[in-house]
Design a protein around this ligand. Structure first.
Ligand code: SF4
Length: 867
């Protein structure tokens, strides 16, 4: 088949993909060489998409109360429950909770139904958890939610500040562009992040700021720039309004931000001297109770220095999700109405007239955290969740689960049959997945691209826009929701952006409302607003001038009973709640368990051994992680991943620990600065199991599951006796080795063809062997040697490759360290040539650089000792 041009479904970089489908839902994935976002590059997640498009675990038929149903019954039920609830309790008694995974067309009809036909703005999106603070900061400063930069600005910048962004892991293709810019023009890179991530390790300057120290730092920086006479007075006079006494009231110091005077001076010197400055900020800035002020403190620096609207200059918020921007454009946040309009009387009239709707939401709706509080309190009685998993991803997730359990009626549209949120659904509606969907997405730089179907819809799954339109029709709104294709909806949305706009809003793509179906089918990526929407210094405020906003550093209150600050975020090769990336054996190799990173001094203080199971406790919940001693953590702070769910483990839930505190303006939760304590978790035994069948896990105090080549790998730990029989298949030929001194048991079960069905390695006081060789023995063509199986390694094998660094070529850290030392490999390219690592998607290149540094440091120490 011919290659189909589509877009990656993961992060907000929005990389173009060239996908060639084959038989049985196989597909070859390559980067789209002509897509402006990535010019052919892909990271590990995009590269291994083919492993995630199978039908295992999919929801393929409508279900009512857990039983298979049909579309008409399911749609009638959803419409009926929504209509009856609205009739009895009013429009605000129902809500939609949607997602940056929806396509623009899906988002548009969901927003139109809620705000124009139900008459409430109770539609919010998981983008609230991701970049709502940046949206609020843009609105305050520019009068409209406009990202002022493009990726080309990274290539043109001489100084790049990364704020709260582990770009090398979370936006890897942007990272590759930054690395290319540094190589090409010697751009300096400053990383402002409490953690020494792989991104920070590669920077010219790393400011390990204290959590929520950003406002203090950027205000201090602005004061220093002002003091040194580097303010652009002409730009301020022509294009910017300042609050009265702005400079006199500007407070903040490097000490408050937790950075040294010396590092601060270097930063201030560079900022004053280098005009081409881009500040890229992400979740570390946004996910804060001061997220909006952080965004405005960053924007203030750019406005005051006139570093905006020109090549290589501007504040650049990057989004976490593939279509968070599309959702913002159509108005999918509870705080916006539609097409960048707010809730003024004129804007409400404009939206209502355009939609020809019977009503219009009178005011902003409930933002995500407040929405689930209202559900808990019984004010919202019917909820429809689309393409997201709030039972895992919301802060205080236990509370959210209780809210879902209390809700009178919950509908869930999803692609997966079993999700933590789906467990609370009265109705499940099967939606199309990435490889089957057609529509538009907008990336972080406002480029609108097509997502295209690679396969026919499986089972009875339907596009989200179709499901929403059908529910709307069943509620009596059929005339306004009669679109028969995504292209029809896109044209309508584009027309809305221009309706009575008269240049008030920069988002005006009404010229695209005339495109034909053929144009839509052949669509190539197009950017709205141009490379620099503010190039002429005209902003979307009433007077056309940007607004500098007074921001003030505020101390976050902490509870003394919980002496540690908890930060959370992403792993390099996983995505959100792992419903897709968790299916990929290749991606699962990188980090197989949820780890709590802790500084070695804290580990000594709290008696936490490296690799030990550890309980992290907040006021309202606890979770268990495996400890990782990490000198890159600031003392007093912990970091945990956000990905693990009930489907992948029983207890490593980061967002159970996050509390409900939010930014007062944006409503975005402060995920990065929670209050916790830590203690070792005592268990009597530990084990791992590789198996082709899911086991019974009732004995395990701790378990995690991950996909491996032809089965699953479980890490287990527990107390008291172990019911081995529950873990292993009942049929098959057993072999067992037993060491009573250490309480070690090794059991292998072979099927009747001589293939390995399961292998369990369990010990009470000994060590467990490396997992990698045993995992390989599950492959269909392997007929493993019995003795080797029980030994846990290949005959004669004595070397361990260590944790996987390069997932594309399966190269471990120990192999890399040995290769670097023995072959005197000097840089990442030399490592690639010798060991292949880092030569495909490039996501592991920062990790290889860190290993090179490690070897260099070790050799330096040896040389000094020899002297
Ligand atoms: Fe997908 Fe990676 Fe590109 Fe993000 S950087 S869009 S995850 S390929």
């Amino acid at each position: 088949m011919n290659a189909i041009r589509t877009t990656c479904p993961y992060c907000g970089v929005g990389c173009g993909i060239s996908a060639t489908p084959g038989a049985n839902r196989s597909v070859d994935i390559a980067g789209d060489l002509e897509h402006p976002a990535n010019a052919g590059r892909l990271c590990s997640k995009g590269t291994h998409l083919a492993e995630t498009v199978g039908l295992e675990g999919r929801l393929l038929y409508p279900e009512i109360q857990g039983a298979r149903s049909d579309w008409d019954s399911a749609l009638t039920l959803v419409a009926d429950r929504f209509s009856r609830t609205i009739a009895k309790h009013g429009p605000d008694s129902v809500a939609l909770y949607v997602s940056g995974q929806l396509l623009t067309e899906d988002y548009y009809v969901a927003n139109k139904l809620m705000k124009g036909f139900i008459g409430s703005a109770n539609i919010d999106t998981n983008s609230r958890l991701c970049m709502a603070s940046a949206v609020a900061a843009h609105n305050r400063a520019f009068g409209e939610d406009i990202v002022p930069c493009s990726y080309d600005d990274l290539a043109a910048a001489d100084l790049i500040l990364l704020v709260g962004s582990n770009t090398a892991w979370c936006h890897p293709v942007i990272w590759q562009q930054i690395e290319a810019a540094r190589a090409a023009r010697g751009s300096k890179l400053v990383v402002i992040d409490p953690r020494r991530t792989e991104t920070a390790a590669a920077a010219d300057l790393h400011l390990a700021i204290r959590p929520d120290g950003d406002v203090a730092l950027f205000n201090a920086l602005l004061k220093a720039v002002h003091r040194r006479g580097a303010i652009d007075e002409d730009y301020l006079a022509a294009h910017v309004d300042l609050p009265d006494d702005f400079w006199a009231n500007l407070t903040g110091s490097p000490q408050e931000a937790g950075v040294s005077s010396e590092d601060f001076e270097t930063l201030a010197e560079w900022v004053c001297a280098i005009p081409r400055l881009v500040t890229l900020f992400s979740q570390g800035a946004n996910q804060s109770v001061q997220g909006t002020d952080k965004g405005n403190a960053i924007i203030n620096l750019h406005l005051a220095t006139g570093r905006i609207g020109a090549p290589g200059a501007g504040p650049f918020s990057i989004t976490g999700q593939p279509n968070a921007m599309g959702g913002r454009e159509v108005g999918g946040l509870a705080s916006m109405l539609a097409a960048h309009m707010g809730f003024s009387e004129e804007e409400k009239r404009t939206a209502q007239d355009f939609w020809q709707s019977p009503t219009i939401a009178p005011a902003p709706g409930r933002k995500a955290v407040d929405m689930f509080r209202d559900i808990y309190d019984g004010k919202i009685k019917a909820l429809w969740v689309m393409a997201t998993n709030p039972a895992v991803s919301m802060p205080d997730a236990k509370f959210v689960r209780e809210a879902l359990a209390r809700c009178d009626f919950v509908a869930v549209s999803d692609v997966m049959h079993h999700t933590d949120t789906g467990a609370y659904a009265d109705v499940k509606l099967p939606a199309l997945a990435w490889a089957e969907k057609d529509g538009m997405v907008t990336n972080s730089e406002r480029v609108v691209s097509r997502q295209r179907a690679l396969f026919a819809p499986p089972g009875e799954a339907k596009p989200d826009w179709w499901i929403i339109n059908e529910v709307a029709a069943h509620m009596g709104f059929g005339k306004a929701f009669a679109a028969s294709s995504a292209a029809d909806i896109f044209r309508e949305y584009c027309a809305q952006t221009g309706y009575r706009n008269d240049g008030q809003r920069l988002l005006d793509i009404s010229s695209w409302s005339e495109i034909s179906d053929a144009d839509y089918a052949a669509w190539r990526p197009r950017q709205w607003g141009g490379r620099s929407p503010f190039a002429e210094g005209r902003y979307s405020t009433a007077n056309g001038r940007a607004q500098m906003i007074a921001t003030e550093p505020k101390a976050v209150c902490h509870d003394d009973e919980f002496p540690l600050r908890l930060n959370s975020g992403r792993y390099r090769d996983q995505w959100h709640t792992m419903t897709r990336t968790g299916l990929s054996p290749t991606l699962s190799q990188h980090l197989r368990e949820p780890l709590v990173a802790i500084h070695p001094d804290d580990a000594a203080r709290f008696d936490i051994a490296d690799g030990a199971l550890t309980r992290v406790t907040a006021a309202h919940a606890a979770a268990v992680f495996r400890a990782l001693h990490d000198p890159g953590q600031r003392p007093g702070e912990l970091f945990v991943p956000m990905h693990w769910t009930d489907q992948h483990g029983n207890i490593g839930r980061a967002n159970m620990l996050a509390d409900q505190r939010v930014d007062p303006i944006s409503g975005q939760p402060g995920f990065k600065n929670g209050d916790v304590r830590i203690a070792p978790l005592q268990t009597d035994w530990k084990a791992f199991l590789v198996t082709r069948e899911k086991p019974e896990l009732e004995d395990a105090v701790y378990w995690t599951a991950g996909a491996v080549g032809s089965g699953l790998l479980y890490e287990l730990a527990g107390q008291g006796a172990v019911n081995v029989e529950a873990l292993l298949p009942s049929a098959g030929q057993r072999m067992e080795a037993f060491d009573s001194a250490r309480g070690t048991r090794r059991i292998a079960v072979m099927d009747d063809t001589g293939r390995l069905a399961a292998a369990l390695f369990l010990t009470r006081s000994g060590e467990l062997p490396s997992r990698e060789w045993i995992i390989g023995q599950l492959q269909p063509d392997e007929r493993p040697d019995n003795l080797a199986l029980l030994a846990g390694r290949a005959p004669g094998q004595i070397t361990d490759s260590g944790p996987t660094v390069c997932v594309c070529f399966n190269v471990g850290a120990k192999t890399l360290l040995r290769g670097i030392a023995e072959q005197s490999l000097a840089d990442v390219d030399a490592v690639g040539k010798a060991l292949s690592a880092g030569t495909n998607c490039g996501s592991c290149r920062p990790a290889i650089a860190a290993l090179l540094e490690q070897v260099e440091q070790r050799e330096g120490e040896i040389a000094i000792a020899a002297e």
